[in-house]
Write a protein that binds this ligand. Structure first.
Ligand SMILES: [Zn+2]
Length: 464
């Protein structure tokens, strides 16, 4: 019996996980955390539909928490096999999982103190120790080569352009009828023609089946010029003596923001001494981005050559310690503060927002998707007040959102990627997208002559 069981990210954009079985051999592609409202987060506590200790391996597409964040729980429940990832992913996975382990412990402590948890004795989903044990199982593999994952099963990575080290995964194995088949898992697909990573690449062979993400399957990212937008906002805000706060995800988005800010420095529109990168995790991720030369596109490679990439340690101020971060409160001159988290749900950016939201000279520029229920979404929707640390904070600062920095391709880009494959897949499955998005993408693909895509739900099982 050879089958594929869709487990996570079906009709939603988090909790990516697919279970593949060939007789007694079984592997996972991704093991992600559900993120969002309470209903989604409760799913992180559900029993796995397989026995962790019976899995032979896990293959990761990329480091984001919605693709890796349940690995420590898998390990805590008995998984001991290899976890394959690309070389560049390894560093980011280490950063993100260690952080996640501490965060889980912190949340459980907080819930215990406040007595609001649904569990009688709030315990963390997993601990920082579980995360460290997980990192020991990481086995980095290079792009573009076939690697063994289990007897008779091989896999190969091609670049997906979405995040440093992000890959699509092509898996080849025999079906129950003895014939070899190839399944291609797109992972998250990035954008074409934008700095700072290489564009998504087509896979090597025509897959029999394709599992395609559909996050923005119903969206058309408008042409925007982030550098021009930043220039306009910063000039205006500095003239009125205000500070610009950019809440940014530590991995990926921060590095793109720094790259564009460096462009403003180069054109003489910004003094690098006025820019502060205030996030220890983002600082570490920025160093990983700078070092991973194989992943850079031409724009970034050239900028690094000229020492104008914005990713170097000397370009902008870096606040590692809490004291350095707090010192920004005493600054009287205008500044640009880049800090995590991207949806203002936690991290140091929350402190800056508490101080600067009531300041009508300030501007807050969001640079990515703001999920429902987050502070970022409330602000973008025009909230007059927000709650921060149980205080009501008035919003007088200017709030804006810059759409051009998305890490996900839009509908036309996803179609372009499918059309770039060496052959047409016989079957297509759309996951990692909400129903409206995947329905639109399914209709578009069918119109272009592709096999009608299936929209699997959690538990949907199909033959290999
Ligand atoms: Zn991702």
């Amino acid at each position: 019996m050879s089958e594929v069981i869709f487990s996570g990210a079906c009709g939603t954009v988090t909790g990516s996980c697919t279970h593949l079985r060939w007789g007694k051999t079984s592997i996972l592609v991704d093991c992600g955390l559900y993120q969002g409202d309470d209903e989604l987060e409760q799913r992180n506590w559900r029993r796995f539909s397989f026995r962790p200790h019976e899995l032979d391996a896990v293959i990761l597409t990329h480091a984001h928490l919605d693709h890796t964040g349940l690995l420590p729980r898998l390990v805590a429940e008995g998984f001991e096999g290899p976890i394959y990832c690309t070389k560049a992913s390894r560093g980011l996975v280490s950063l993100i999982l260690q952080d996640a382990g501490h965060l889980q412990e912190e949340q459980a402590r907080y819930a215990r103190k406040k007595g609001y948890s649904v569990h009688k004795k709030p315990k963390p989903l997993y601990t920082a120790k579980d995360a460290v044990r997980t990192l020991k199982l990481l086995k980095p593999r290079v792009f573009d080569h076939a690697h063994d994952v289990a007897p008779g099963v091989t896999f190969r990575y091609s670049r997906a352009g979405h995040l440093l080290g992000a890959g699509s995964v092509e898996i080849r194995a025999k079906g129950s009828d003895g014939k070899h088949r190839t399944w291609l898992f797109s992972g998250d697909v990035g954008r074409y023609g934008v700095p700072i990573l290489k564009d998504p690449e087509p896979a090597y062979s025509a897959p029999d089946s394709l599992v395609l993400e559909s996050t923005y399957g119903d969206r058309d990212h408008k042409e925007t010029n982030p550098e021009r937008e930043f220039r306009k906002t910063i000039k205006k805000v500095f003239q009125r003596g205000g500070t610009v706060v950019i809440p940014a995800f530590a991995l990926g988005r921060t590095q793109e923001v720094l790259y564009h800010l460096a462009g403003l420095v180069e054109s003489g529109d910004l003094d690098p001494k006025d820019v502060f990168l205030d996030s220890p995790m983002a600082i570490k991720a920025t160093d990983l981005y700078r070092q991973a030369k194989d992943e850079h596109d031409e724009e970034l490679a050239e900028a690094i050559e000229r020492e104008m990439s914005g990713l170097g340690p000397d370009r902008f101020n870096r606040c590692r310690s809490v004291e350095q971060s707090k010192a920004l409160n005493r600054r009287r001159k205008p500044a640009v503060i880049v800090a995590a988290s991207g949806m203002a749900t936690g991290g140091r950016v929350v402190h800056h927002l508490k101080r600067l939201l009531p300041d009508e000279r300030a501007a807050i520029v969001f640079v990515g998707y703001q999920a429902g229920g987050t502070r970022g979404r409330a602000l973008v929707n025009g909230a007059q007040t927000v709650a921060i640390h149980r205080e009501t904070v008035r919003v007088r600062a200017e709030i804006s959102i810059l759409h051009g920095l998305s890490a996900h391709g839009d509908g036309p880009e996803l179609q372009r990627w499918v059309e770039s494959l060496p052959g047409r897949p016989k079957r297509i499955f759309l996951n990692h997208g909400e129903d409206p998005a995947r329905k639109v993408l399914a209709a578009e693909l069918e119109q272009r002559g592709f096999a009608r895509p299936a929209l699997p739900y959690s538990g949907t099982t199909v033959k290999w």
